[in-house]
Design a protein. Structure first.
Length: 462
């Protein structure tokens, strides 16, 4: 009599397992995400004195941490300075990088270009595609000028066959496009399910670590913008990179949300052209317009990791007969906008309670650092009073609930970037002003202790 297969219900969002179907996942709270999957039978083997005894080498045995040999893992360049910046200086052999983004954002285009650049540098590269044929990849390679002798392409989704190709090719860089299409025959579930994604990711990680291969894995996202598949996948890999930007926009932002070998504060910028994604080395010019003199528009210097960026922030404050008034923010936390509006009304006596407020960052780049507080307040006050901000001026500083302007870090980096781009005035916290007044030359600094002082300095009466 055939043995009945054991099944469990697995959440496709978080990987939570339960023996019976549930409408709501107890692990993550998502609805209708439980899918029935067959449990793979356990392999034979016994423990105790009669079990299998493994012969461990000295390198596999536990040893004191002070006696562990430290190997210098040299990074190698990907050919993209922006990608190298986000990775922390390049790719480390034996690491596993997960690249996630919306469909059409440029994940495959960027990785194929990187593969070609690495192959031209003399390293063997294996590009495994599960969504396209090799002819389609070749056509895209011709368009992107991504053809190289040591770049090998194969269309395969079986993990066992992929491992055989890796043994034969012996690449230094491996790309899997995408992890949701790869499957293991012994796992009784469909490709893209929690079990398949998890097991295949573990196999890729094992291959990368044991053979010293740098692995890039491309992943899909859900309609909410989260990684499709179990969250445990993000814990398996060494680095998680997220692509931001609309598919119809001309540029893309690449951020690291996890990086075991570098900072997660760095940001990479790419521009979408006919030849694919191209690095944007001078990012500040991308986010600044040529127009000046409009009320409600202010330039804010923000710092992403070690990279200073000047971005244009726009605010529109207009009276409305509707109650409650609307508060809308694009690329800025709406709760931060509501807090700053309360500070403006209480400390500066701006009657914004009966006004609609819209805040937008030109270019769509997200701003979440406190140094943008003062610039946001100045932009909203400028729009409310319909007064222009001083020409060629940048504004930055953190705003407290009592209306004080607090100092921020890397003020000199922000000022030097503004100076490089031709700005002439800086409104900044008084503490930063006292520290930098004698050091910074060629640009006028104005120190502000309160938000009221900052408004007077940024919008002087003629």
């Amino acid at each position: 009599m055939a043995k009945k297969k054991k099944t469990v219900f697995v959440c496709q969002d978080c990987g939570y397992e339960t023996p019976k179907w549930l409408g709501k996942c107890p692990g993550c709270g998502a609805w209708n995400t439980m899918v029935e999957e067959v449990v793979a039978p356990e392999t034979g083997g016994s423990s105790g004195s009669g079990g299998l005894r493994l012969g461990l080498s000295d390198a596999q045995k536990p040893q004191p941490i002070g006696e562990v040999a430290i190997e210098d893992l040299p990074r190698f360049a990907t050919g993209s300075e922006e990608l190298d910046r986000v990775l922390g200086g390049g790719v480390i052999p034996g690491s596993m990088v997960l690249i996630v983004g919306d469909p059409g954002v440029g994940k495959s285009s960027l990785t194929l270009r990187v593969c070609a650049d690495v192959a031209r540098a003399g390293r063997s590269v294996l590009y495994v595609t599960g969504e396209e044929s090799t002819r389609q990849v070749r056509m895209r390679g011709d368009r992107l000028n991504a053809i190289a002798d040591k770049l090998y392409v194969v269309s395969e989704t079986n993990m066992e066959t992929i491992e055989a190709h890796i043994e034969n090719t012996k690449p230094e860089l491996l790309v899997i496009d995408s992890i949701q299409t790869v499957f293991k025959p012994e796992v009784q579930s469909a490709p893209g399910s929690v079990s398949q994604v998890r097991e295949c990711a573990v196999d890729i990680l094992r291959i990368a670590k044991s053979k010293g291969i740098a692995a890039f894995v491309i992943g899909h996202v859900t309609k909410e913008g989260n990684l499709a598949g179990p969250r445990v996948l993000e814990h398996i890999v060494d680095t998680v990179l997220y692509f931001e930007g609309e598919r119809n926009a001309e540029y893309r932002v690449l951020r690291a949300v996890k990086n075991r070998f570098g900072s997660t504060n760095e940001l990479g910028l790419f521009e979408m052209r006919d030849i694919g994604l191209v690095d944007v080395p001078d990012a500040s010019k991308l986010f600044l317009s040529d127009r000046e003199g409009d009320s409600g528009t202010v330039i804010i210097p923000t710092v992403e990791g070690t990279r200073p960026l000047l971005v244009e922030l726009q605010a529109l404050v207009a009276p409305t007969p509707y109650v409650p008034p609307r508060r809308t923010a694009d690329s800025v936390d709406i709760k931060r906008i509501q807090l700053l509006l309360a500070v403006l009304e209480k400390r500066v006596h701006l009657q914004v309670g009966a006004c609609d407020v819209y805040v937008k960052v030109a270019g769509g780049i997200k701003i979440d650092e406190p140094a943008a507080d003062l610039g946001i307040c100045v932009a909203m006050a400028s729009s409310f009073a319909n007064r222009q901000i001083r020409s060629k001026t940048i504004v930055f500083g953190e705003v407290g609930l009592s209306g004080e302007v607090r100092a921020v870090g890397q003020a000199d980096v922000r000022i030097n970037e503004a100076k490089r781009l031709g700005f002439e005035h800086v409104v900044l916290p008084m503490k930063n002003y006292r520290q930098l007044a004698k050091e910074i030359k060629g640009i006028k600094l104005y120190g502000a202790e309160t938000i009221g002082d900052a408004l007077k300095l940024a919008m002087p009466r003629s």
